[in-house]
Write a protein that binds this ligand. Structure first.
Ligand code: FE2
Length: 272
């Protein structure tokens, strides 16, 4: 099974990379599933229903979120009717939407997608470890699903590696998101889970983590907000990880994907 996870789509530049590249990559690599973190897709803050539907229309199977999940307040409503939109599972009980979802593709393969939010240097939600234990117990790999991807949206590298090791043996891919900077540590853990600490953003890297630089620089130097954060509009680098998954649901190969924009290009050689 071939899975592509694409990191945090920032604003219009990031969305253009999704609509242009996802149909091409699906075809070129015969992808079974494409999962995208979309929590910064709407002007850097949250996601709207038209953006979600545009992503689904170009071949994205599921969209995950994070700390900006509900920045667009309408998401509190439309998330209830969008089973492919997944917010962090460790929000308090009663939060609209779902923290995990099993999506099925045209070939009948079933992918469990789980989204979690870290608690270090972030608004602390419920314990992500206990939440993950509950989610994995509810849908064991090989029984109710053929593959499992866990998007750990977190600031701290330690928390992301700990959650990955916690899930190892029970997941196909644990992918860190949120920092908007790709890490170089993609690998397969001892129990067969693919892992990368952060997949990076899909956005314009001539920026402060996706935002046009002027307002972030003003806030860092003067400590007073004087305007809005606006996404940078230059060409995006699409950042992701490609994972080949065996019939038992564990990773067999993992490679970074970087296409376009300022970052050096990277593609998997195992699907060439
Ligand atoms: Fe985030």
């Amino acid at each position: 099974m071939r899975l592509l996870f694409i990191g945090d789509v920032v604003g219009r530049s990031g969305r253009a990379a999704i609509t242009q590249q996802v149909p091409l990559l699906r075809e070129r690599w015969s992808l079974d599933f494409v999962v995208v973190n979309g929590e910064n897709a709407a002007g850097g803050f949250g996601v709207t229903e038209p953006i979600l539907e545009e992503f689904l229309a170009v071949g994205v199977d599921a969209v995950t979120l994070g700390n900006h999940a509900f920045d667009q307040r309408e998401a509190l409503m439309f998330i209830e009717r969008q089973p492919r939109l997944i917010r962090p599972a460790n929000y308090p009980a009663g939060t609209p939407g779902r923290g995990s979802s099993i999506v099925e593709n045209a070939r009948g393969a079933r992918l469990l997608v789980i989204n979690l939010l870290g608690r270090i240097f972030m608004d602390a939600l419920d314990d992500p470890f206990a939440t993950l234990e509950r989610e994995l117990a509810a849908s064991p790999l090989g029984r109710t699903c053929d593959a499992v991807v866990i998007d750990v949206h977190a600031e701290a590298t330690s928390e992301k590696s700990a959650l990955a090791l916690f899930a190892d043996g029970r997941a196909s891919l644990v992918v860190g998101t949120h920092t908007h900077v790709p890490s170089a540590d993609h690998r397969i853990l001892a129990g067969g889970a693919g892992f990368i600490t952060d997949v990076g953003m899909t956005g314009d890297y001539n920026s402060v983590i996706g935002m046009e630089k002027d307002e972030p620089l003003r806030r860092f130097t003067r400590r007073i907000a004087s305007g809005r954060f606006e996404p940078a509009l230059g060409p995006a680098t699409l950042c992701g990880v490609a994972v080949e998954i065996g019939p038992e649901g564990l990773a067999r190969a993992i490679a970074p994907v970087r296409i376009g924009g300022l970052l050096s290009a990277a593609q998997p050689d195992f699907w060439a």
